[in-house]
Design a protein around this ligand. Structure first.
Ligand code: BG6
Ligand code: MG
Length: 217
């Protein structure tokens, strides 16, 4: 592994808690289709693409639909979800995230976003964080979902660094696997039971500093 030259951040669950809005929108869709969707069910959707999320939801409800119907439902859910994210405020940034991003910028570290979300740009704008990223790779720029490393490899390429010079911050197991598959180091945000494959697991970015990062070199 080389010297750490770049930090790649997942968005949902690392910088902001959007899972609660995804949950409301998916639950409303499930209820319209005539079944329940619980907060435990919602855990299965973290880090997973929109269409895969819908497929999981339909499997829970025991529904089989055509591709055409699925596209319509995914769009409907996204419209509902966007009514929530369009109202987001900078005070919804998770504790310590902005401070850590600013510290990295001050230290000259390269920073990119690596998110499955096609709404990432909207969310960063609402949170007033866009200027802290040197590159943004989101769901509109990738064809393979995590645990495939594509989103992070594209991030490394955009920052002009080697994968082994990157460290990824991730809250989803599939995201940790994507980082490792890309030959990158990874800091897990959440439970060591779920993210145990990461090099370090912390509760949130409030526990991270540049000095701690350098210890992972
Ligand atoms: C990920 C979330 O970041 O983005 C998933 O963890 C979500 O829950 C995925 O399904 C896709 O998001 P979007 O905004 O494109 O529907
Ligand atoms: Mg996430």
């Amino acid at each position: 592994m080389g010297q750490i030259k770049a930090c790649l951040f997942d968005l949902d669950g690392v910088i902001v808690d959007t899972a609660k809005y995804h949950y409301i929108a998916w639950r409303e869709l499930a209820n319209e289709l005539g079944f329940e969707f619980t907060i435990e069910d919602n855990e299965r959707l973290k880090g997973v693409s929109r269409m895969t999320s819908l497929n999981i939801l339909l499997e829970i409800g025991g529904k089989t639909l055509s591709d055409e119907e699925k596209i319509k439902l995914a769009e409907k859910k996204n419209e509902n979800y966007r009514t929530f994210i369009l109202k987001m405020q900078p005070n919804e940034i998770l504790s310590g995230a902005k401070e850590f991003l600013e510290e990295l910028k001050n230290k000259g570290m390269k920073v990119a976003l690596g998110s499955a979300s096609k709404n990432a740009m909207t969310i960063l704008e609402r949170l007033e964080l866009t200027h802290l990223f040197d590159a943004i790779i989101d769901g509109t720029k990738v064809s393979q979902a995590k645990p495939d490393p594509e989103v992070f490899l594209k991030g490394a390429e955009a920052l002009n660094v080697k994968p082994e010079e990157c460290i990824v911050f991730e809250d989803a197991e599939a995201g940790v696997e994507a980082a490792l598959a890309g030959n990158m180091r990874c800091v897990g945000i959440g439970s060591p039971n779920v993210l145990g494959k990461a090099d370090l697991v912390i509760d949130g970015l409030h526990q991270m500093t540049y000095d701690k990062l350098m210890k992972l070199n």
